[in-house]
Design a protein around this ligand. Sequence first.
Ligand code: SF4
Length: 82
Amino acid sequence: MRLVVDLNKCQGYAQCAFLAPDVFAMHGEESLIYNPHAPEEQRERLARAVAACPVQAITADGLEDFTGEPGPGPGQVASDGR
Ligand code: SF4
């Protein structure tokens, strides 16, 4: 899973490093280092980190499925008429 942190937005709050320590780490006081190719098993932690970032600096591919409401899939719309 690819991810990008906008380091111009990042304020070094370290929420992401706390929530997904295998993907994000603080280097010094304010600079963030991260793995731009996070392993698939980090998806859940990553989703929490994305949600927790106070400045929405983290963008990750393919997380929409995880964070979205578990709505009905295609072809499973409520059918009250036959
Ligand atoms: S949570 Fe957001 S602002 Fe804080 S270190 Fe991570 S990317 Fe930067």
